[in-house]
Design a binder for this molecule. Structure first.
Ligand code: HEC
Ligand code: HEC
Ligand code: HEC
Ligand code: HEC
Ligand code: HEC
Length: 203
């Protein structure tokens, strides 16, 4: 890597590399013990995101569902599937399932779900369309630049609350009365909050 940086062409390569998915992790999939499919559960079966990610409207963390949540259905459906053996084992032993993280910020960054989700920032703006994903991928770069791009100009990313978990939250166009409300909300934010201050995300 050092040799790369020392040559002028290498420097360009390093800069380009830092902005691609190879470094940011964008579009990356993660191996899981159980191949859980959002496409199947949230898309085809239509289970609400908040049924499984119970913290998302009240806490900093969205949380990943417990084995009990899976077993509300899988104690009755697909009870012999080999794919679900780790879920049954976890239920029997009381040992939680281990899910590998897909999106992860460094510890020195402060992030909070409910402040976004309760103020018109849709899941899809940060996670893409999960209902189309058989395996969960990191949909966005999750870099500081990416956070700041929205914090500098959030207005056109915000949606009415009833579209918060929608796959295509910006479609159809947002009605004029909602646009007015969003505009007023952003004016309020610009007066009272400093979304681009370092201390907002580094506390
Ligand atoms: C039936 C339960 C269930 C439903 C419904 C569900 N999820 Fe998930 N979700 C999971 C499980 C289990 C994981 C952990 C495994 C994985 O990453 O795929 C997960 C992981 C995720 C992750 C990645 C977490 C990480 O590690 O970064 C995101 C983002 C996510 N879900 C968003 C959503 C959204 C948005 C919806 C609604 C469109 C939704 N989920 C609906 C169960 C669910
Ligand atoms: C609301 C009911 C419900 C809940 C809750 C639920 N599932 Fe499912 N799951 C289903 C149904 C229905 C099927 C599909 C059977 C079929 O293909 O006909 C299924 C299938 C699966 C499969 C087989 C592969 C696939 O997607 O077709 C896996 C693996 C799975 N579920 C894992 C989980 C895990 C892990 C959880 C908990 C995070 C969970 N499920 C929660 C209803 C549920
Ligand atoms: C403003 C961007 C943003 C929005 C909106 C958002 N998330 Fe996230 N989400 C993130 C980031 C960033 C992480 C990684 C957090 C970390 O590492 O501390 C994350 C992590 C997660 C995780 C992993 C567990 C956790 O809490 O860290 C799940 C599950 C998740 N999000 C689900 C959702 C769901 C469901 C919604 C919509 C109801 C949603 N997110 C809305 C940015 C967002
Ligand atoms: C798509 C737009 C969008 C993205 C992307 C986004 N945010 Fe935000 N964020 C907002 C909006 C809008 C608010 C103000 C919410 C409100 O109070 O109305 C906010 C508020 C916050 C707050 C609370 C600020 C306060 O003190 O009130 C924190 C912390 C935060 N964001 C961190 C992050 C981090 C870290 C990232 C990147 C990982 C991120 N955000 C990405 C739109 C976004
Ligand atoms: C909206 C949220 C947000 C704000 C505001 C913000 N940061 Fe960050 N910062 C992040 C995130 C997310 C990361 C981790 C991802 C990355 O390295 O891009 C990060 C990473 C960093 C890093 C480590 C970079 C590296 O390359 O390892 C430094 C240093 C930093 N921020 C300084 C600052 C300073 C100084 C300010 C104020 C001028 C600031 N940040 C404002 C979200 C923010």
């Amino acid at each position: 890597m050092l040799a790369l940086i020392l040559s002028p062409l290498g420097l360009v390569a390093v800069i380009v590399l830092q902005h691609t998915g190879y470094v940011t992790g964008q579009d990356r999939f993660v191996e899981q013990t159980v191949p859980f499919s959002h496409k199947h559960h949230a898309g085809e079966l239509g289970i609400d995101c908040r049924f499984c990610h119970v913290g998302v409207e009240t806490d900093a963390k969205a949380t990943v569902p417990t084995t009990e949540v899976c077993m509300t259905c899988h104690s009755q459906i697909w009870t012999n599937a080999a794919m679900l053996a780790p879920v049954r084992d976890s239920f029997a032993s009381g040992q939680p399932l281990v899910w590998s993280r897909v999106n992860r910020l460094p510890d020195y960054v402060y992030f909070d779900h409910h402040v976004h989700v309760n103020n018109g920032v849709p899941c899809a703006a940060c996670h893409g369309d999960l209902r189309a994903m058989p395996l969960t991928a990191q949909a966005k770069p999750m870099t500081m630049q990416w956070c700041l791009d929205c914090h500098r100009d959030p207005e056109r990313r915000l949606v009415p609350q009833d579209r918060i978990t929608s796959s295509r939250p910006y479609d159809p166009p947002i009605p004029p009365d909602e646009l007015k409300r969003i505009h007023a909300h952003v004016l309020g934010l610009q007066r009272t909050r400093r979304l681009t201050d370092c201390s907002t995300c580094h506390r």
